[in-house]
Design a protein around this ligand. Structure first.
Ligand code: AMP
Length: 114
């Protein structure tokens, strides 16, 4: 996994990203190397390294991330045809960036993983 600072800097607007939604808790922006016509990343504004770092205190962020991801899917008009939400956790899942992030993918037929 590479360092977490890229996403931290996106939240702090120190490096540019195509931000499509932000509020007090989360930021959503386009993936720099999209794997589908719609590929958005949704991240918490506070640093959480991975799903393994979800705890009693911060767990509500996940519901909010899902809620906003679904709203974005509707706005992007991919909700009817379908989409996928993915969270990679650590190396066996291919988590490259050590900063919790949710992928929203859609706009084409996605290959079946499971
Ligand atoms: P993961 O493999 O789950 O850790 O996904 C990390 C994702 O972050 C990849 O899909 C990358 O293309 C994406 N990514 C890396 N750097 C940037 C960046 N500066 N702006 C937007 N997306 C990025």
């Amino acid at each position: 996994m590479s360092n977490s600072s890229i996403f931290k800097q996106i939240v702090e607007k120190k490096i540019s990203a195509n931000i499509i939604y932000e509020d007090k808790k989360i930021t959503a922006f386009e993936d720099i190397k999209p794997k589908a016509p719609v590929h958005i990343l949704i991240i918490p504004n506070i640093f959480i390294a991975s799903l393994n770092d979800i705890n009693k205190k911060n767990k509500d962020i996940l519901g909010h991330m899902f809620y906003i991801a679904v709203n974005i899917a509707k706005e992007k008009k991919i909700s009817k045809e379908g989409y996928r939400i993915v969270v990679n956790c650590n190396k066996n899942a291919g988590q490259e960036i050590e900063y919790l992030h949710m992928h929203l993918l859609g706009g084409k037929k996605l290959s079946v993983l499971l």
